[in-house]
Design a protein around this ligand. Structure first.
Ligand SMILES: [Zn+2]
Ligand SMILES: [Zn+2]
Length: 422
């Protein structure tokens, strides 16, 4: 057997773990401050949930899902995204009756069969927020503020926020008709994929990254959905704009930013960063007032945001994320009695909240000092005959080279002080 993780998956270990823990901590703390509670949905769901909730005609459902038949003959899919499971949970537990307004966040692995590349894996991780039961544009602003706050706190700069409205079932069809007409007239300039999509769902044509197609979208006469919004959709959008201005969050309106599925309504947004070249979106979201109904539930308004964590970790890595020196003490026994003394000391250190590492492999001081250095630990506590005679411990500072004999109390006091200044 080949000792290798499957293509598109990887182990997160060593120094990188600190980056992930930092990111997760920032997400959790901010979500909590904004009143979002964690929800943990299963890693796999019935395939139908994603077929309906993500959309039959999307690339995700058509090409990228990990779908299999389980031993009971059910079609099961590893979740490719987090929104459909969250809305499924909302409906299943009857929140629309007993507590219709919820704010939830999630964090965890997702699965898509894609070509792996930097920052894109087959098992990848996302965090996201979903606010269900809120119709007001203030909730759109709240979600954007939360996402923005997290990016800022992570120290990511060169961010931009792109916004658009894709209307509602009342006004969207007028735009779709006009868009189809326009694209028909420019059909010769479109790629094969777009020609096909043009018939099925012209809005999805705008997702095409092909340069010649992009050139068509940039034409001055290209129809903008902004010209087709109904009064209610326009009011929603204007209110959101004024709230974001009040919050000091800069944004640009990008009328070509769309989500092609029917249940997406009004607000769509994307956060972009300008250091990743072509793959510059690091999160996005929008309003999905039609999703609960598409899943077979009642009408429930919703707005959400999701971000891929791999890309953010890459950015943190490149920005030289300040790795906090983790304070730890190395315990070096010189003989069996010393081992006993240090094991007893570890209880005291544990109580004082001072992390430690006790190595039983050797009684040789040179071995211990080398090992401590390799682990990046600055302070070594030594216990042997000499220390026992003096009813204390020796503390060696590997940076200054200084070593002193201390009583247990003196040692604790010194370590506490060092930890604070670390
Ligand atoms: Zn409308
Ligand atoms: Zn195209």
């Amino acid at each position: 057997m080949e000792i290798k993780a499957p293509r598109g998956t990887r182990d997160i270990l060593g120094e990188e773990v600190a980056l992930w823990q930092h990111l997760e901590e920032v997400v959790r703390r901010n979500a909590h401050l904004f009143g979002y509670e964690e929800i943990r949905t299963p890693v796999f769901e019935h395939t139908e949930l994603f077929a309906r909730g993500v959309g039959e005609e999307t690339d995700i459902v058509q090409k990228e899902m990990y779908t299999f038949t389980d031993k009971g003959g059910r079609s099961i899919t590893l979740r490719p995204e987090g929104t459909a499971p969250v809305v499924r949970a909302y409906l299943e537990h009857g929140f629309f009756v007993r507590d219709p307004r919820v704010r939830w966040y999630y964090l965890g692995p997702m699965f898509r069969y894609e070509r792996p590349q930097a920052g894109r894996m087959r098992q990848f991780h996302q965090f996201g927020f979903e606010a269900l039961g809120f119709q007001d544009p203030a909730c759109d602003a709240e979600i954007i503020l939360l996402a923005w706050t997290i990016y800022r706190e992570l120290g990511l700069s060169d961010l931009s926020l792109e916004l658009n409205s894709i209307g509602c079932p009342l006004c969207k069809p007028h735009y779709v008709r006009r868009l189809r007409e326009y694209l028909e007239s420019r059909k010769d300039a479109l790629c094969e994929n777009c020609k096909r999509r043009l018939v099925e769902n012209p809005l999805r044509v705008l997702d095409c990254k092909n340069e010649t197609c992009q050139a068509v979208f940039r034409e001055a006469s290209f129809p903008s959905i902004q010209d087709f919004l109904c009064t209610e959709c326009r009011r929603h959008e204007e209110r959101l704009f004024s709230l974001l201005k009040r919050l000091g969050i800069p944004f640009v309106v990008n009328p070509r930013l769309v989500r092609g599925l029917d249940y997406y309504t009004r607000t769509v947004f994307e956060v972009k960063v300008h250091t990743l070249g072509a793959q510059d979106a690091i999160g996005g979201g929008g309003r999905y007032d039609g999703l609960a109904r598409a899943l077979g539930g009642p009408e429930v308004p919703g707005v959400g945001f999701a971000a891929g964590m791999e890309r953010i970790v890459l950015l943190l890595e490149r920005s030289g994320f300040p790795r906090k020196g983790t304070f730890r003490v190395y315990l070096a026994p010189q003989d069996e009695e010393g081992e006993k003394d240090l094991l007893a000391l570890s209880q005291v250190l544990h109580e004082a909240g001072i992390p430690f590492c006790l190595d039983f492999a050797s009684k040789n001081l040179r071995y211990h000092l080398k090992r401590a250095q390799k682990m990046g630990v600055r302070f070594v506590v030594i216990a042997g005959e000499e220390e026992r005679k003096n009813e204390g411990f020796s503390l060696k500072d590997l940076v200054s080279g200084e070593q002193m004999l201390l009583s247990r109390e003196e040692l604790l006091g010194r370590l506490r002080k060092e930890r604070e200044t670390c």
